[in-house]
Design a protein around this ligand. Structure first.
Ligand code: C2E
Ligand code: MG
Ligand code: MG
Length: 565
């Protein structure tokens, strides 16, 4: 019978720390002092279906002396349901040669105790690993990676680390050359090498495919970048080993995290990575200003769809005025985003939406809102004025742009002369044909068009020659210089003359001062839009302006700056 005290001692030793090989070995040495054991060799088998990433078995030499007899060995086995099993082979010392039946029986009991703690620990560990590690490479998956980063954060050290997010450059090609099976092997080796590069208190993770993350001490970041950008591995093709070199596209975010923000270790670096990729740079290190800008961008992209649904975008209307009479002769619809009660300017969101293509959604939204307003006013019997709506050049890829605009105008029953579609001048020759097609179709539908920011595209004469437009809108850069250069006078004067001869409407935007007004009057450009009269107004205020009819303008011989609505 096995000694109870021995069992108790062994149990006490290992149950607290079944993961510690040191303690396990010590416990078995303690047993070996009382039985003639020369060697114990244990193998844990784990169900491979559960752990495709792991070795199917892991073996451990728990007690190792040279003094053992292979012949007298016997096995002890324990099963853990469907998860796996553990088998230990126990060898007698040479001197003993074999175990007595009684000894075997005792050792069996002790081994089962050991199996219970150690085997259970190994299997639990592997199961946890399945949820925290990448199946193919065994590196941490996002969940495991964050958990590991949390541990470092709890120690309070996270600010000394840089967070990296990277994608192997050229892996797609290697995958084609070596085939998908060897491709997987190449990724596994890459992961293995990353893990070797890592120091004890650093973390690497595999997000899937050829995307990886790493948390590297700032003092080592340069070495790490150097390593990743000049990685040398190998692959087998037709049994021939061939060298491979990879660089990467990488975003690096120096962490400056307080407590809970550790959740952002991946997203901070992925922000830098996204920027690196978009700007075709190999590596981008995030600084505070870039971080703010990119976060803002991301927020806009993420919130856009909901914001449209919630009606957070609204058109404001900036009046156009005939400076001879002060009459309100039109307006331009300009988007505003009312986000959390604050007005966001188009300068912030238009470039972002142009970048991801959502500008086309916004433009049609603003266009429809404008049509609804006009339909409402028509119904109320107002004498309305033409309203311009901006259409980004991003629409030009849409062959049905003119048709869609036409449909919406028809749907709301708007008088065709009450809508103008503004599109900015293009300097891009490739777009010329698209632009011509669009403008021609608009003419067929009898919908007015206007070239915005005229004079900034370096092809303005071409515009006048080739495009069937109704209006040109002279860019404010021609009138906003402190002193009117003679060149500006000549250019604007000629544009106005040419446009008039071609029977085009001309309007100047960005007019703020008396002297600008006088300048334009002198050149015969009588339609203006600018802060001089009004900023873009919310719909209700614009409605009031429309009903009041216009502005009192200052004639040349008056010199007061008063403007009255
Ligand atoms: P834009 O179409 O050239 O519109 C004129 C811009 O000049 C407007 O800026 C307007 O507020 C501003 N502005 C008008 N008068 C003055 C002035 O006297 N002085 C100064 N300094 N500025 C003046 P906003 O509303 O910020 O819009 C900026 C640009 O964003 C617009 O330039 C347009 O290109 C774009 N945008 C605005 N809304 C939309 C939209 O719904 N769709 C598209 N595609 N673009 C839009
Ligand atoms: Mg415009
Ligand atoms: Mg403009």
């Amino acid at each position: 019978m096995v000694n109870n005290e021995l069992l108790l001692t062994v149990s006490e030793m290992i149950k607290e720390h079944p993961e510690s090989m040191e303690i396990n070995r010590e416990a078995l040495r303690y047993v070996a002092e009382r039985y003639p054991i020369g060697r114990i060799y244990s193998i844990v088998y784990i169900d491979v279906k559960m752990l495709p990433f792991d070795k199917e078995k892991s073996d451990t030499l728990l007690l190792d002396t040279d003094d053992y007899s292979p012949e007298g060995k016997f096995d002890v086995e324990m099963e853990f349901g469907k998860c796996g099993r553990i088998i230990s082979s126990v060898y007698p010392t040479k001197e003993a040669g074999e175990f007595s039946e009684e000894q075997k029986s005792d050792i069996r009991v002790i081994s089962q105790l050991f199996h219970f703690y150690y085997g259970q620990y190994k299997i639990m560990y592997s199961l946890t690993k399945a949820t925290t590690n990448n199946h193919m490479t065994g590196l941490y998956n996002p969940k495991g990676y964050i958990m590991k980063c949390m541990e470092i954060a709890h120690k309070g050290d996270i600010n000394q680390y840089d967070s990296c997010y990277f994608n192997i450059k050229g892996f797609g090609l290697a995958n084609n050359v070596f085939g998908p099976v060897e491709g997987d092997n190449i990724i596994k080796r890459y992961a293995h090498d990353l893990d070797n590069f890592r120091e004890e208190d650093e973390v690497v993770g595999h997000l899937g495919g050829d995307n990886f993350v790493a948390l590297i001490k700032r003092s080592r970041i340069e070495d790490f970048i150097e390593y990743i950008m000049n990685y040398e591995g190998y692959g087998f093709k037709s049994d021939v080993k061939r060298p491979i070199k990879f660089s990467a596209c990488m975003g690096v975010a120096p962490l400056n995290v307080k407590g809970t923000r550790v959740n952002d270790v991946i997203s901070e670096a992925s922000l830098a990575f996204g920027f690196a990729r978009a700007t075709k740079q190999e590596i981008v290190v995030l600084d505070e200003a870039m971080r703010e800008r990119l976060l803002q961008r991301k927020k806009i992209e993420e919130r856009f769809e909901k914001a449209i649904e919630n009606g957070e975008f609204v058109p404001y209307f900036q009046p156009k005025v005939d400076i001879r009479t002060g009459k309100l002769v039109g307006a331009e619809a300009l988007s505003r985003w009312i986000r959390d009660g604050k007005l966001v300017s188009p300068a912030e969101f238009i470039p972002v939406l142009e970048g991801n293509g959502n500008i086309t959604v916004l433009d049609f939204y603003i266009f429809e809102e404008t049509c609804k307003m006009l339909a409402d006013w028509q119904e109320k019997g107002y004498e309305t004025v033409p309203i311009s709506v901006n259409f980004s050049r991003k629409h030009l890829d849409d062959d049905f742009l003119a048709d869609r605009i036409n449909q919406i105008i028809s749907h709301y029953g708007i008088d065709r002369d009450k809508i103008v579609c503004e599109i900015t001048e293009t300097a891009d020759y490739d777009e010329k044909e698209l632009m011509t097609n669009f403008l021609d179709r608009m003419q067929i539908y009898n919908i007015k068009t206007s070239i915005d920011d005229f004079g900034t595209g370096y092809s303005s004469l071409g515009v006048l020659r080739d495009f069937a437009v109704n209006e040109i809108k002279i860019d404010r850069s021609f009138v906003n210089r402190a002193e009117f250069a003679n060149r500006d006078r000549v250019i604007v004067g000629s544009i106005v003359d040419m446009a008039k001869s071609l029977e085009l409407n001309v309007i100047t935007e960005g007019v703020e001062t008396d002297s600008q007004l006088a300048f334009l009057r002198e050149l015969g450009c009588f339609y203006v839009q600018g802060f001089y009269f009004d900023k873009p107004l919310p719909m209700k205020e614009f409605e009031a302006r429309l009903l009041s009819g216009g502005y009192k303008v200052i004639k040349d011989n008056e010199n007061s700056g008063e403007v009255n609505a």
